[in-house]
Design a protein around this ligand. Sequence first.
Ligand SMILES: *Cc1c(COP(=O)(O)O)cnc(C)c1O
Length: 367
Amino acid sequence: MNNTHVTILEIDANAVLHNLTYFKQKLKPETKVLVVVKAFGYGSESVEIAKIVEDKVDYFAVAYTNEGITLRESGIKKPILVLHPQIQNLELVVKYNLEPSLYNFKIFDAFLSLADKKPLMNYPVHIKFNTGLNRLGFWHTDVPTIISELKKSNNIKIQSFFSHLAASEDINEQEFTVGQINNFAYIVKQLYDHLGYEPMIHILNTSGIINYPKAQFDMVRLGIGLYGFGNNPEETKQLKNTHTLKSIISQIHIIQPGETVGYNRAFVANQPTRSATIPIGHADGISRKLGNKNGFVIINNQPAPMIGNVSMDMIMVDVTKIDCKEGDEVILFNHQQHIDYMAHKCETIPYEILTAISQRVKRLVKK
Ligand SMILES: *Cc1c(COP(=O)(O)O)cnc(C)c1O
């Protein structure tokens, strides 16, 4: 009997650990693992995820400084790489012992002058190179200037050089991706030759680990894989689902032929229809694209299509053929195939389905 009378996102700690182990088995024993917990741990719960894996990984990464502060304030001790720290937040980066990614001279110089002013000694930082994603990162032509700047300062110590792949999941882009990896290796060689020490290097995200294991270098950055998605169906099958979104039936209506359901009268009954109202809507992350039978939920093990338009706080589903009553449990999704299906219907990817689940939905970690 279900005793959670609210819409809830359940996070399965054992599934997270299973997925971590699965990826670790693909790696050389000495390769370090960084786990990406940005965006609330891909829509789950970043602090809980970090606590579940902390003693089994080497590093964490977040996108923004405030995400790193949340982890520190909850007692996370492992190093935390901040991928996009923002110049305005560099004081906070240092205050909370976070490790900034420095990706252009504007932020590099800002951090060096902060480090000089404090002064900091050997403060750990990471230097990011652009090898083709064209999003964040120094260019290979910046290498000589970086080297001469670094030689002037012992306020900072490079913890790693890294880059990010643009299409690691796409086998058709293999040539481009191998080009990125080779460019990165070439940049690193120049840096190693002139720096006098050899920081860690890393370039692989989840699908990089799957498709380009030879490029694991010193560390890999595991994101979506930890949360159950391998970016292809065969890999995903080996992984366990981590996010289960559940709710309950608030009310059941019997609709007569010619009557309609929901805003804009978008669903019109052509036969007597039982409609169930569920307390979750587009403000919770259920896309309006799933309305009008594009999406479905599971009630008593049977699929119930969403009828009419998704409202802000509610959806209605057709339960004409399902034996159910008010108060019964509703599964919005509880396996990766369902999430993949939703992503397909919304013309997006599972990353967006997971991270869209709004903070209004209560999180519950099952250990
Ligand atoms: C988000 C992110 C990752 C993780 O990518 P996944 O595809 O989720 O494994 C790794 N590196 C960087 C720089 C990122 O922004």
